[in-house]
Design a protein around this ligand. Structure first.
Ligand SMILES: Cc1cc2nc3c(=O)[nH]c(=O)nc-3n(C[C@H](O)[C@H](O)[C@H](O)COP(=O)(O)OP(=O)(O)OC[C@H]3O[C@@H](n4cnc5c(N)ncnc54)[C@H](O)[C@@H]3O)c2cc1C
Ligand SMILES: NC(=O)c1ccc[n+]([C@@H]2O[C@H](COP(=O)([O-])OP(=O)(O)OC[C@H]3O[C@@H](n4cnc5c(N)ncnc54)[C@H](OP(=O)(O)O)[C@@H]3O)[C@@H](O)[C@H]2O)c1
Ligand SMILES: *[C@@H]1O[C@H](CO)[C@@H](O)[C@H](O)[C@H]1NC(C)=O
Ligand SMILES: *[C@@H]1O[C@H](CO)[C@@H](O)[C@H](O)[C@H]1NC(C)=O
Ligand SMILES: *[C@@H]1O[C@H](CO)[C@@H](O)[C@H](O)[C@H]1NC(C)=O
Ligand SMILES: *[C@@H]1O[C@H](CO)[C@@H](O)[C@H](O)[C@H]1NC(C)=O
Ligand SMILES: *[C@@H]1O[C@H](CO)[C@@H](O)[C@H](O)[C@H]1NC(C)=O
Length: 584
């Protein structure tokens, strides 16, 4: 058994008891000390999460660099008519990442590209560099304004619950502007760098500094006839990663790759979907049964000639899965899972000639377009030093370097505070940025300033929650039940699915835990106290969830229970030295 697996099992065995090693522990140093002190911090990603990290860290006195490959702030909500480059069929290997990190031998370097250089158009280079958002024109939110909003930023007073994507776009950009972090804010030019893709981050074993290898693309003239790429590196003391999904998942259905390769305009991922008019009068097949599938189907309904959706046959266990099924238009044909795509006739002129073999033994044909609404993965190519794709599922083998990325379905080796356990100068987003973002940003700032304690590495491993970790879309409202389960990606591999179903609701109180921790540390070391979500906000949330998600989703007793979650159920791993009894 590895050292960390041993600690892991010990931690589980004695989760709520006073550890046997109290005496040693009381004398050893239980906390991490950041030395030399953290001054310079890079934030990767300027979505709703990254903007809050940058604003809070800067206001707390750090020298901040905010980097995003996109040309402005907004992240997922920087919606655009620019279409992401075609998803890879098959999926790129996770270890290869969603792009191949481009780090020249000698830095800095500048290179100019003209149309057609290297067989690529300038427009292709531009889209490949920034990976335009997957959000389509008529997308509306599946979360209401009061819990899809950033601090000190308003939506129009009479805005609807299902927010048009453009309203979220404006909201996030006005937060960025209010914080002086927008693309054209001259006062922040030393802070922000847009159109800047992080290619690689590295820390030498002997060093206290991280080196970021960066690549920025810019148009060199107004005629758009030339692109300039610049590569350079920067050194920082700490890094926050807030990058979201960066790659697509397509299933491994026999024959799919061949058809998608031959007729790329007719077989594509939901990330590339923009507007329904383009599909007017067509016969369309959507593969997948989750949010992208149902919402694209609703957008298409009035335009297409016919439409079908291929749904795998299994029980839908989360409210969002059930909601997606309910929201499919009533006149869409449901077809079973696809077993294989038939062989391509040599003289095929389009997918209209495709024979689709279904799992139930029937063969169908006659589609004009196929949209794969099959989800996303995290590949984070710039973390090449922390990838290990030989590790499968939930395995936790003994390793030299604790990986962060394995199969793309989750992040691992992270403490609940988002810190990479072996080196807490690297931290990741935790929880839902709208509701937890500023709390979490404050926690990172105070931890790196030495004003909030972080346990030492041994204790961090003891408190480790396992693969999956806290960096998921959850814990936002302090609700229990499904909201507390990790929101993992739907994968065709059974391992990732198991990961969702068999995980205990570990993050039930992430929101509460962050709050309690921040305030406990502030009372001890100084700093403003933070207020919890107002009860009224939580009541609105209950009402919304009942109406818009699922009846019986949550009730006031769930919140009452939330208020009273016993410590043993928070799964809090912050060692509370003050309660360890003295020898007497
Ligand atoms: C289609 C779709 C619809 C959604 N709808 C909802 C909804 O209705 N309600 C809701 O609450 N959530 C929704 N979400 C979830 C959404 O991810 C969150 O709302 C939110 O955007 C997450 O914020 P973030 O800052 O963590 O990440 P993001 O908003 O994804 O921002 C990440 C940023 O990191 C940048 N980045 C990535 N890699 C690099 C790199 N190597 N170098 C530099 N920059 C990089 C990206 O360019 C991006 O700007 C939706 C997601 C999708 C895909
Ligand atoms: N605001 C909005 O309205 C909106 C719109 C789009 C997306 N989003 C958000 O974006 C995120 C991603 O959503 P998503 O829907 O793109 O991805 P997703 O939730 O990961 O769903 C992927 C879907 O692909 C299906 N799938 C995979 N392989 C398949 C196969 N071989 N045959 C048939 N189906 C297959 C899965 O099936 P199983 O169900 O069988 O596992 C699942 O339904 C979510 O957070 C979502 O909330 C929000
Ligand atoms: C991964 O990258 C290597 C080297 O660039 C390449 O040979 C291989 O085909 C790639 N694999 C996938 C699945 O993308
Ligand atoms: C499906 O029903 C919707 C709503 O009644 C209607 O607008 C649309 O034309 C129908 N679409 C198809 C393809 O039958
Ligand atoms: C298989 O599914 C197709 C599409 O839904 C349907 O038309 C057909 O009747 C089904 N065949 C069997 C044997 O159930
Ligand atoms: C990657 O994981 C394997 C086990 O699957 C391990 O043997 C190997 O040492 C790991 N690589 C690194 C760099 O830690
Ligand atoms: C809310 O509380 C009820 C009654 O205690 C319980 O049955 C239900 O599962 C809870 N819902 C959630 C989402 O936790």
């Amino acid at each position: 058994m590895s050292f960390c697996a041993l600690l892991f099992s010990l931690a589980f065995a004695s989760a709520s008891q006073i550890p046997l090693t109290v005496h040693d522990r009381a004398t050893e140093d239980q906390y991490h000390h950041f030395e030399p002190p953290i001054r310079h911090v890079a934030v990767i990603g300027a979505g709703p999460a990254g903007l809050q990290y940058a604003a809070v860290l800067r206001d707390e006195g750090f020298d901040v660099r905010l980097l995003d490959r996109a040309p402005g702030p907004g992240g997922n909500w920087l919606s655009t008519s620019a279409v992401p480059i075609k998803a890879s069929f098959p999926n790129r290997a996770i270890k290869n990442g969603s792009y191949t990190p481009d780090v020249p031998d000698k830095l800095p370097l500048v290179q100019e590209y003209f149309e057609g250089d290297g067989g690529l158009s300038l427009e292709y280079r531009w889209r490949e560099h920034w990976n335009p958002s997957p959000v389509w024109e008529h997308l509306t939110s599946n979360s209401a304004p009061f819990f899809t909003s950033l601090p000190e930023t308003q939506y129009p007073a009479d805005i609807e619950w299902a927010l048009p994507q453009s309203a979220i776009r404006r909201h996030v950009r006005s937060y960025a502007s209010a914080k002086g972090l927008n693309a054209n804010d001259e006062e922040s030019l030393h802070v922000t760098s847009y159109s800047t893709r992080v290619e690689y981050i590295h820390k030498a074993p002997s060093s206290h500094k991280w080196t970021l290898y960066l690549r920025r693309l810019s148009l060199t003239d107004n005629t758009r006839s030339q692109l300039r790429a610049e590569w350079w590196s920067e050194e920082v003391d700490a890094i926050v990663v807030a990058v979201g999904y960066d790659s697509t998942h397509v299933p491994n259905i026999p024959g799919l790759i061949e058809w998608a390769g031959r007729f790329p305009e007719q077989v594509y991922h939901s990330r590339e979907y923009r507007r329904p008019e383009k599909l007017a009068g067509k016969n369309v097949l959507i593969i997948g049964a989750s949010v992208s599938a149902s919402e694209i189907a609703r957008d298409l309904a009035p335009h297409v000639r016919s439409f079908s959706v291929s749904i795998r046959d299994h029980e839908r266990t989360t409210y969002m899965q059930r909601r997606s099924l309910r929201r499919l238009p009533s006149n869409i044909s449901h077809i079973p899972e696809i077993a294989s795509f038939g062989t391509i006739p040599d003289d095929a002129t389009g997918i209209q000639e495709l024979d689709l073999h279904l799992l139930n033994g029937t063969t169908i044909r006659g589609f004009d377009e196929i949209i794969l609404a099959t989800g996303f993965v995290r590949s984070l190519p710039f973390l090449a030093d922390y990838h290990n794709s030989t590790i499968k599922g939930r395995e936790e083998p003994e390793v030299d370097v604790h990986p962060i990325i394995t199969d793309g379905s989750h992040l691992r080796s992270l403490y609940w505070t988002g810190h990479y356990i072996p080196d807490p100068t690297l931290a990741f987003k935790v929880g839902r940025p709208w509701t937890l973002g500023t709390y979490h940003a404050l926690l990172l700032a105070r931890t790196w300033k030495g004003k909030a304690r972080l346990p030492n590495e041994k204790l961090r491993w003891e408190g480790y929650e396992g693969p999956g970790g806290p960096s998921v879309f959850d814990g936002g409202f302090g609700t229990l039940g499904e909201e507390g389960l990790r929101f993992s990606l739907s994968f065709s591999t059974s391992s990732a699915v198991d990961m969702v179903l068999d995980s205990p609701p570990r993050h039930i109180a992430l929101n509460r835990k962050l709050l309690v921790h921040l305030n406990t540390e502030a009372l001890k070391f100084g700093g403003r106290l933070v207020a919890p979500w107002p009860v009224e906000g939580r009541e609105k949330f209950v009402y919304y969830a009942e109406q818009a998600w699922e009846a019986g989703y949550t009730r006031s007793e769930n919140f009452t229970r939330y208020e009273n979650v016993p410590e043993s159920e928070w799964n809090s791993e912050v060692p509370d030295v003050t309660w360890i009894p003295e020898e007497w």
